[in-house]
Design a protein around this ligand. Structure first.
Ligand SMILES: Cc1cc2nc3c(=O)[nH]c(=O)nc-3n(C[C@H](O)[C@H](O)[C@H](O)COP(=O)(O)OP(=O)(O)OC[C@H]3O[C@@H](n4cnc5c(N)ncnc54)[C@H](O)[C@@H]3O)c2cc1C
Length: 461
């Protein structure tokens, strides 16, 4: 049965209650897109504020019967358009499903609803002496469900791995409204295909995650130090990153923040960051005691040999937090300067200097400002292309720069997205990266689980 748009949302309100279905124009506009404003979007017909699994099932069944599409949404902090609404769609928001359901200290796992904010989960398990490592720079604002759906990375992921490494099991609402339990709670397990891993990073195209079981680590046992160095250019900092990798050092974080970002953060937050430096390289080392001191010393030596100046070690937690705060604030600080087109390429660590050089060449060739932050330790670079508001010519050049950066990344053996997901923005690059046969496999998987194309069609591949 296909219903018309006019018939739709009233019936949905009857099923779920009017307080759980938004239909006013301001709300539809608010839920129209994620943080990737450059990607296409269309206002949805309605927004469902799900409170429980049954609400999600009701919304999906109703939409499927009506021939509408369903766009799952967490906090809408995505940077590739994955949560952007499309024609004839409803958005199902998971933000109200925000309870941590269980923390099991003996088995070291937690079970959480999808709308729990990453930092809130980390705080909840810390009360039990446990640690959930994946720490996207958006940890204060993004949901665990969104993190799972994008397989989010983060700052400490260079050493501790990404979201997929911590997801033991999922409860998922499928496209026909059935509910399945995937995965396990045991420390090991290889029963059947790894459908849990398939769901992680599937960007809401295969199912809607309604609960997540995550593996936890003990909180104690780390001893934090930061090593910072200032470099005369981005490529010099890139050389230091490649040298750290060659030396076999695995820091707990290795981040680049360039001068455009440092200035934007300081103009906004007045953190007292140095005004006259080009590029900051920021490492964290968390081994305990003398071993940690030795590794931090090694990192400092590599920074100095690679041309770093004012190389310093910080052990005061406040200093360390201040420096990493500058990294976390870089993106929102830049957004204040104008619309930002965010890149998320990942190249082999040895190719980081060459990729950074090519980004600068592209910025000059297209006459656009490209600021840079990077989870440099795993080769994941975020060139941030800024176009002044209302300048269409600059916007077109920014788009050309974006495509050139993707092409350079692929030429250097990289991948078009390290952690933000494909969404809409990376579709052209992904098609080049995967090739026809592998894309056909993606279509087969989608067809097997969602033959009618109800869940977030047109995203991710
Ligand atoms: C300042 C800033 C810093 C950031 N830093 C990082 C970073 O360091 N690392 C990183 O990886 N990302 C980062 N991001 C991007 C973003 O925060 C992540 O992609 C995050 O995982 C998205 O979570 P969300 O709750 O906002 O999801 P949304 O943006 O709402 O959705 C993201 C995708 O997941 C799908 N989805 C959401 N919830 C569910 C669900 N329950 N079931 C199925 N599908 C679902 C959506 O359909 C969409 O495709 C950053 C963003 C900002 C604004």
């Amino acid at each position: 049965m296909i219903v018309t748009a006019a018939a739709d949302a009233t019936a949905l309100e009857h099923l779920l209650g009017s307080d759980q279905v938004l239909r006013d124009p301001e709300s539809l506009e608010r839920y129209r897109h994620d943080d990737a404003e450059w990607a296409d979007s269309t206002a949805p017909l309605a927004v469902v504020l799900a409170r429980c699994t049954d609400d999600v099932v009701t919304a999906v069944r109703w939409a499927a019967a009506a021939g509408l599409r369903v766009v799952p949404r967490g906090a809408g902090t995505g940077l590739s358009g994955g949560a952007n609404a499309m024609a004839d769609s409803i958005v199902v928001s998971l933000e109200r499903m925000n309870r941590v359901l269980e923390v099991n200290t003996d088995e070291r796992y937690a079970v959480t609803e999808p709308g729990v904010i990453n930092d809130a989960l980390r705080a909840a398990v810390a009360e039990h002496g446990l640690w959930y490592p994946p720490d996207p720079a958006s940890s204060a604002i993004s949901t665990i469900g969104g993190n799972v759906a994008t397989n989010a990375g983060g700052i400490c992921c260079v050493k501790y791995g990404v979201t997929r490494d911590y997801v033991l099991g999922l409860t998922v609402v499928l496209a026909d409204g059935s509910v399945v339990e995937l995965g396990r709670r045991t420390a090991k397990g290889v029963a059947g295909y790894d459908l849990t891993a398939l769901m992680v990073g599937s960007e809401g195209t295969l199912g809607i995650v309604v609960s997540v079981t995550v593996k936890l680590l003990p909180l104690a046992g780390r001893d934090e130090r930061a090593v910072i160095g200032y470099f005369p250019s981005l490529t010099a900092a890139g050389d230091a990153v490649a040298a750290i990798s060659r030396a076999g050092i695995i820091p707990a974080a290795l981040e680049i923040v360039d001068r455009t970002c440092l200035r934007a953060v300081d103009d906004w937050m007045h953190l007292g960051l140095p005004a006259d430096v080009d590029t900051l390289l920021l490492a964290r080392v968390d081994e305990r005691g003398a071993a940690g001191d030795e590794i931090a010393g090694h990192v400092a030596d590599v920074f100095t040999e690679a041309g770093g100046t004012d190389v310093e070690r910080a052990t005061d937690p406040e200093d360390i937090d201040r420096l990493f705060l500058a990294r976390r604030l870089a993106y929102p600080a830049l957004e204040r300067l104008g619309p930002v087109l965010t890149e998320d390429i990942c190249v082999p660590r040895s190719a980081v200097p060459e990729m950074l050089r090519r980004i600068q060449v592209t910025a000059d060739a297209q006459d656009v400002t490209i600021a840079n932050i990077a989870h440099a330790g795993d080769g994941n670079l975020h060139p941030l292309i800024i176009a002044p508001e209302g300048d269409d010519a600059a916007k077109a050049r920014a788009k050309t720069a974006f495509d050139q950066i993707v092409a350079d990344c692929l030429a250097l053996g990289g991948t078009v997205t390290g952690e933000h997901g494909v969404g809409l923005l990376k579709l052209p690059g992904l098609r080049v990266e995967l090739g026809d046969r592998v894309l056909a496999m993606h279509r087969s998987v989608k067809h097997a689980l969602d033959p009618a194309g109800t869940l977030n069609p047109g995203k991710a591949f």
